[in-house]
Ligand binder design. Structure first.
Ligand SMILES: NCCCNCCCCCC(O)(O)C(F)(F)F
Ligand SMILES: [Zn+2]
Length: 620
């Protein structure tokens, strides 16, 4: 199952024909540099190319009014004067004789992607389109958008593919009010958006973009807004929102399709966003969504105006969709005070709708300190108004080279090797000291099986030899003999930290994984993840596969999974997960048991001082 890439350079053939400082940044080069970067990096060649098509009127009418469509249909025949007059009735958008054609191609590209993903022809994919869509509304164009590509895709997936629950994740730095309005009272579409807000002083300056717009009627709880009230937000702020707002709710919602309104004006260097998150963060954001909906993820380009960070961010997203493990998360700290206030506000207004948030604090009465002149990460020029005083620079993302052997298995002879893997036989195999040490001990003991004590000895021994890091997670005592799956070729092991968390049921463990394990792991940034599956976890195989999938976001995918020999049936599906295939969907999660929530919250409060990425409320 591959990754689709939907692109056609016809969508570069419209541009601003008059002077308008607000619209001049939406240029054809945005699409060209994005596609070029995918081609030059070899990523486009690894994707399944999918042709675009024009949307039909019927598809446009899934979201837009006939009057609006009839109006836009006239624009190809307008002269410059009429185009400008037609444009005047809308805000922050421009028309062009070819924009109607391109707008239909943008929808068509998106629907082609949805068709391929929903019918299982590909696992996931990206549609590189313009004009963008998330600001356009039933009867109006807005913010460079003519038709709402992603909103139409959600309606289309429900109507033509029987999707019951669609999750839309809008990581563009502007609020996609067009999508919010479209699904305001619709519980089958969960719309999540973060956006630069600055207490309503940033465009589109809407009161309904604040965190207390939760949807209405039957849709209450299915609209989640996380406003950024300061610029300069960085990687830790973005991850904190994923761990403590989006992911717990997304797993409880249990979508059967994930649409990403993938705008990259939320990346560093963007003249609209003024944020500090680096392009590699989109590898992690993508990865964290890829085990939802059985991996059915469609990323659709929205904004992004710094051509360098846009191209880098698009590559990071596509490379992750292809299954390559994300890069090491670099020096993450805790979220800033303003971000914590936004996280806390969103959690507290949604606690009544989502049982995973039942322990969120009450809405904070205090308001954040007046927005400082400087964003949390230091001085930023304000708004897009004045020219950047100094060019903002950031390191080019490191090459992410997938190992030649992605997953190797060490198996008792009786157990067949899973397809796509290599059997790691003690004779040959990687010659790193760490592996040699593991192998030596493993072989010496293998006739009478291995127990966890020996496992610790192994890692302790290896730790002496290698000054790298390993992070034990979820160690459980387990019966003798086990199968050792090694993902990628090189091991870096140093016995350093053990976090043990006993948990009653699947839901509790899943929520603990999202709210405790992942933030801890990202902050700890281990060199290796060791996943020790407890005996009898076959009963919760799908949960352990979710963990196996999610934890590959750490340690650049270097994952060691120990499986009980009496569960050799798990080897194939575990190997499939280590090979980058999505874990099966958990469906909608029930409420976690109260005792699990209690122990979870206690552990979080105890650890968050040392691990600030665990925080969900401001500390003052
Ligand atoms: N400087 C503030 C002037 C108003 N600026 C308009 C910004 C439009 C943003 C469009 C977008 O990036 O959200 C999309 F994804 F739709 F393209
Ligand atoms: Zn935007």
């Amino acid at each position: 199952m591959g990754t689709a890439l939907v692109y056609d350079d016809e969508m570069t053939k419209y541009k601003l024909l008059w002077v308008d400082p607000v619209c001049e940044l939406e240029v054809p080069e945005r699409l060209q540099v994005s596609h070029q970067a995918l081609v030059r990096s070899g990523l486009a060649g690894r994707c399944v190319p999918v042709p675009v098509r024009e949307a039909t009127d019927e598809e446009v009418l899934l979201v837009h009014s006939a009057e609006y469509l009839e109006g836009v249909k006239k624009t190809p025949f307008m002269d410059l004067e009429d185009l400008m007059a037609f444009t005047q009735q809308y805000g922050d958008v421009y028309f062009h004789p070819n924009i109607y054609h391109c707008a239909k191609l943008a929808i068509g590209a998106t629907l082609q992607l949805v068709d391929r993903v929903m019918t299982g022809k590909v696992r996931n994919g990206m549609a590189l389109v313009r004009p963008p869509g998330h600001h356009s509304q039933t009867s109006q164009a807005n913010g460079f958008c003519v038709f709402n590509n992603v909103a139409i895709a959600a309606q289309y997936a429900k109507k033509h593919h029987g999707a019951k629950r669609v999750l839309i994740v809008d990581w563009d730095i502007h609020h996609g009010q067009g999508i919010q309005y479209c699904f305001e009272d619709d519980p089958s579409v969960l719309y999540f958006s973060w956006h630069r807000y600055e207490h309503q002083s940033f465009w589109p300056n809407l009161r309904e973009s604040d965190f207390d717009s939760v949807g209405s009627g039957k849709g209450a709880g299915f609209n989640i807004n996380v406003p950024w009230n300061q610029v300069g937000m960085g990687n830790s702020d973005y991850l904190a929102v994923f761990f403590h707002v989006l992911l717990p709710v997304a797993y409880e919602f249990g979508p059967d399709l994930v649409l990403i309104s993938a705008g990259f004006d939320s990346a560093i260097g963007d003249p609209e966003g003024h944020m500090c998150a680096t392009p590699d963060i989109f590898a992690h954001l993508t990865h964290l969504l890829m085990n939802l909906a059985g991996g059915k993820v469609c990323a659709v380009l929205e904004g992004g105006y710094n051509l360098t960070s846009l191209a880098q961010s698009v590559c990071q997203t596509v490379q992750t969709l292809l299954g390559d493990p994300p890069p090491h998360p670099a020096n993450l700290g805790g979220p800033c005070e303003s971000a914590l206030e936004s996280v806390h506000s969103a959690r507290s207004v949604h606690k009544k709708y989502w049982s995973c948030l039942q322990h969120a604090g009450e809405p904070s009465t205090k308001t954040c300190r007046p927005a400082q002149q400087d964003g949390p990460q230091g001085p930023q020029s304000n708004g897009g108004g004045e020219a950047q005083k100094e060019a903002i620079a950031w390191p080019e993302p490191l090459q992410r080279v997938a190992p030649s052997v992605r997953t190797a298995l060490v198996l008792p002879d009786a157990v067949p090797c899973a397809d796509g893997c290599e059997r790691f036989s003690p004779a040959e195999g990687p010659d790193s000291m760490a592996t040699a040490g593991l192998r030596k001990h493993f072989l010496k003991e293998s006739e009478d099986g291995v127990n966890v004590k020996l496992l610790y000895n192994i890692t302790a021994l290896v730790g002496k030899m290698e000054k790298n890091e390993v992070w034990h997670c979820l160690p459980f005592p387990f019966v003798p003999s086990y199968v050792l799956c090694v993902c990628s070729k090189h091991l870096h092991i140093n016995f350093n930290h053990t976090l043990t968390y006993g948990c009653g049921d699947t839901v509790g463990l899943m929520q603990a994984a999202l709210g405790l394990l992942l933030p801890l792991g990202y902050q700890y940034a281990p060199g290796l993840v060791l996943l020790v599956r407890p005996p009898g976890c076959r009963a919760r195989e799908d949960l352990w596969l979710q963990l196996t999938g999610l934890l590959q976001g750490l340690a650049a995918g270097h994952t060691l999974v120990l499986v009980q020999e009496n569960e050799t049936a798990s080897v194939g599906i575990t190997a499939s997960c280590l090979l980058g295939n999505a874990a099966p969907s958990l469906g909608s999660l029930a409420a976690p048991g109260p005792e699990d929530v209690e122990s979870f919250e206690r552990l979080r409060l105890r650890l968050q001082t040392d691990w600030p990425l665990l925080q969900t409320t401001e500390t003052w």
